[in-house]
Design a protein around this ligand. Structure first.
Ligand code: G3H
Length: 560
């Protein structure tokens, strides 16, 4: 049984700039088992032994991984962990079986799935979507328990994923309609479509275990690739209810799953050279390691979402109410565990004090609690060792002269870490460069606008940034140099991925490839054409093939 007491981090907070005195306690209280509302309880630990290969469930009797919740229970003996269940720790052999099933279903592009008509493939995805929607309650509940995401955000993640699937279907219909005609140029008749690439390996991150896996999985599938996917290291059991939907909606071998430690099951898959597309969202180190294992990197298409340290730049003329509102959402939604989160805030020194006062008031007002509580904002963290890591970042900053500005900032109660506003952060502190991926908000004062610009230019990351200003001149003067540093400049708005129809990508170490509903269809396919010299014999051949619907590719059928 885990028994942990509240711990206060060492702090050099001295109540400057009119901040209230420190509290010694985190405001969060974990529940007793009987305090959890009936509707949100987990019936019993899940014992998942099955994994999906070639259209059937295989059962694993080897070593199992244990999944624990970030939620703890208050017991007379102290805080107790909640065991959610077990999942298979497969070995290289089972991973190879899953890969071979995907390779066989693709059959060098001659399999049923890659040669099927677009309309028929869409039919399978629609069938999957119907089954997916039926799993909403169970998946949402597991999202809350496995990664500590609030009920509202868990529902949003599920619903956004369903809408993403619907939008992907519509986008493919559009693409197919535009391709369902022949083009005649310079005496050549051609029909240009997008064809699949082969076998895709899809892996999403723990912070969006459902959505960000599906934003690669679904486009990969619908374009005719076959897939092996591995759930992230946290957010595994929520896939269990979906395994049957995959099994029943797709032909055998089109979707296959592996479970276990990435190093053991994914590395060997890459080393076979049989993976044609790697879709991975996680750290750049892991992405590099995977890419390097592929024996023919020139044959590997990569779609990568990696690290980011998105800055906010708050100019002296910013609307402070609005800037604070967006900075709090941007830096602390889902406890700062978003790749798009604002991870460092540059504030003009003239307004720094007022900005910090308002930020403190806003952070103080954030409701913390259990994921199912109505209106909850900050929740326990799912990664083991994360509070200790964040504490290390704070300690380093405090040693170098920064202070924790908000009263409860940095207090730890087991898996809960109270959001900490840290000021003044400067170059040389770990918080200045490291992607904290948690509820710590570093604020850097600046006098010269070159300071944040240089930060962005010299950063290893290049995903997004936010500018806060009410001046058109000042904003425009920043837009032009900064759009060539990052891939999205947000004006008086937090950084974010959505809407999903907008391109989501990054420069430098932040991403490879672009994802949006329509871009993802391109990423998982390649332009392919059938062409013929415009002579009567060829015209007649094409007429006959299209009129008699002899080919799924060379076809003028129009999806209605
Ligand atoms: O973790 C990164 C996610 O793609 C962020 O998405 O901006 O919609 O929260 P979001």
């Amino acid at each position: 049984m885990l028994v942990e007491a509240d711990a206060r981090l060492p702090t050099a907070h001295n109540g400057e700039i009119g901040m209230p005195a420190l509290s010694e306690q985190t405001p969060l209280v974990f529940p007793r088992a009987d305090e959890i509302p009936e509707a949100h309880r987990l019936p019993a630990p899940i014992d998942q032994t099955e994994y999906l290969v070639n259209g059937t469930f295989r059962h694993w009797s080897g070593p199992m991984g244990e999944a624990f919740s970030p939620v703890r229970l208050r017991t007379p003996g102290g805080l107790a962990p909640v065991r959610l269940g077990r999942y298979p720790l497969l070995t290289e052999a089972e991973a190879m079986t899953a890969l071979n099933a995907a390779v066989a279903a693709y059959a060098h592009g001659r399999g049923r799935w890659p040669t099927m008509s677009v309309a028929e493939r869409i039919g399978h995805v629609e069938e999957f979507l119907r089954r997916f929607k039926d799993c909403r309650t169970e998946v949402v509940r597991l999202l809350m328990w496995e990664v500590g995401k609030s009920l509202a955000d868990s529902e949003k993640e599920f619903d956004r994923t369903a809408v993403y699937i619907e939008d992907t279907i519509e986008a493919l219909k559009d693409l197919d309609r535009a391709s369902s005609r022949l083009d005649i140029r310079e005496g050549i008749i051609g029909q240009i479509r997008r064809g699949p690439l082969g076998v895709a390996l899809c892996m999403g991150p723990f912070n969006y275990p459902l959505n960000e896996t599906f934003t690669t999985l679904i486009p990969a599938l619908i374009m005719g690739n076959t897939v092996v996917f591995k759930p992230p290291r946290l957010g595994i059991l929520l896939y269990r209810p979906l395994l049957a939907a995959f099994r029943d909606a797709f032909p055998p071998g089109v979707v296959n799953t592996v479970f276990g430690e990435g190093r053991k099951v994914v590395g060997p898959l890459m080393a076979t050279g049989k993976i044609d597309v790697l879709a991975f969202i996680g750290s750049s180190q892991a992405a590099d390691a995977l890419k390097k294992q592929h024996p023919a990197p020139h044959r590997l298409r990569c779609v990568l979402g990696m690290g980011a340290k998105n800055p906010a730049i708050v100019l002296a003329d910013a609307d402070l109410e609005l800037a604070v509102r967006e900075c709090v959402l941007g830096s602390l939604s889902f406890n700062g565990q978003r790749c798009t989160a604002l991870k460092i805030i540059f504030v003009h020194r003239d307004i720094a004090e007022r900005f910090l006062e308002k930020m403190t008031a806003a952070i103080n007002a954030l409701p913390c609690g259990m994921p199912w509580e109505s209106g909850v904002f900050t929740t326990p963290l799912p990664e083991s060792g994360k509070p200790e890591y964040l504490a290390g970042l704070l300690e380093d900053a405090l040693k170098q002269g920064a202070r924790i500005i908000n009263p409860a900032g940095g207090t730890v109660n087991s898996s809960f870490f109270s959001p900490a506003l840290v000021y003044p952060v400067a170059a040389g502190m770990r918080l200045y460069d490291e992607e904290q991926f948690g509820p710590v908000v570093p604020v850097v004062p600046f006098d010269d606008i070159e300071t944040p610009i240089r930060y962005v230019v010299e950063s290893n990351f290049g995903q997004q940034l936010s500018i806060f200003s009410s001046s058109a001149d000042a904003t425009a003067a920043l837009i032009d140099p900064l759009v060539n540093q990052v891939c999205r400049v947000n004006l008086n708005s937090q950084c974010q991925r959505g809407p999903d129809t907008f391109p989501f990508t990054g420069r430098k170490g932040s991403a490879e490839g672009t994802l949006s509903v329509s871009d993802a269809l391109r990423v998982f396919s390649i332009r392919t054409l059938v062409a013929a010299k415009e002579v009567e014999q060829n015209k007649e051949l094409i007429r006959q093939i299209t009129r008699e619907r002899k080919s799924n590719f060379l076809s003028t059928d129009f999806i209605l």
